[in-house]
Design a protein. Sequence first.
Length: 484
Amino acid sequence: MALSALTTDFYELTMMYGYYKKNINPRVVFDMFYRTNPFNGGYVVFTGLEDLLKHIETFTFSEGDVEYLRTLGKFDDDFLSYLKSFRFSGDLYAMEEGSIVFPNEPLIRIEGTLIETQLIEGMLLNTINFQSLIATKASRMVHAAKGSPILEFGLRRAQGGDGAVSASRAAFIGGCVATSNTLAGKVFDIPASGTMAHSWIMSIGDELESFRIFADLYPDNAVLLIDTFDTLGSGIEHAITVGLELKQKGKRLSVRIDSGDLSYLSREIRKRLDAAGLPDAKIVVSNDLTEEIIETFVSDNVPIDIYGIGTHLVTGGAQSSLNGVYKLAATCDAEGNITPVMKLSNSFEKATNPGRKQVYRFFDEEGLTLGDLITLEHETINEGEDIVFHHPVTDADYFMLRGKKYHTIRPLLSLTMKEGKRLTEPSSLKAIQERVSQNLETFHSSYLRMINPHIYKVSLSRELKDLKTSLVLQAKNRQQELEQ
């Protein structure tokens, strides 16, 4: 189904009307990037690209959309007729979905007319910011769990139905193995997971009987919730009874705890299960878990096998959004000549990087990353040559990467959509999830740690740094002339 082009901020339409009426519609370049890593972490998982491409291809104004805009009294008939035939016809360059990315480097570059590139801003940021945030949160939790599976249980805590489905998609890309959201399971082919709630046990009345009925219905997935009445009393004892009955049938028990001191309870339950002859029974825990709590459980050797996480995963927890932005980087004249532009700020670190750009990632002989370099697109980098990496803010701060120190250079932005049509086949979610895992393996563990991660170097080429400095100086000179 086509996505309504009303999925935009209203000021995009008021500006669009002005551009249309005044015939201001040059070809331009916009960059999407973010400013700081979320969760005090060291990286972001770039997520949402496949959904974005689908949205752009179907981004249209329906008859009903146009009639609604007519009722607002802001636009004339000529402009409203133009909207009926609107289609995005620009080009899109992007990093691969599932890439590990860092602040201030362009994740997406949009090239097209001013009208169409601005219209998609809100939808683009909505799609990429949210999914990248949730995928990053999931990745951190998976990293903290050190191989124990993470189940996404966030439907009831997510921000509305669409937010829930998008969160399930992003969480799977970040490394979760299953979702409780049945619709997301259908739409994205994510394994759906779920067993019972406390109401199952309470409605049947007899805890042991409720466990037996469930195990009879689902002998291959008998996950019994044992904290409805008394976790270390009737709960675990009744679960052991059913577990031994399953063992006689060649089946295996799992138990789940959703309340209480999960560390203490898991240790006690493990002892009881092992003593009863059920050493292969799994322990599943849930209850407002965060990556910091998971990391503590793992470091303390708490015998937990599987984590079910909802609230802090699908909402972003303490950080509810990624601060991704969409900024104009260049304009083009009728002959195709590029004029780099940049947003200036009283804080130089918030000044944007001008021009049409590319990002290169450098790797050593072992395949580990050394740093990213943002360049102007026309720049060429020859493998083996010494490269100067300039600090994006501080003029005097730079370092030289000697040619003998790196082995491979990889450009990260590639043409993904041409004249409004995608050029690549959609990737499966499993393939994107595997890409995340593979990319993370190329980074030293110091960049991935939960507390005080090492800062990954994202630098500017000498030519881009000189261009940025010159534009700042030109702006200051103009301002001084006006003040005289």
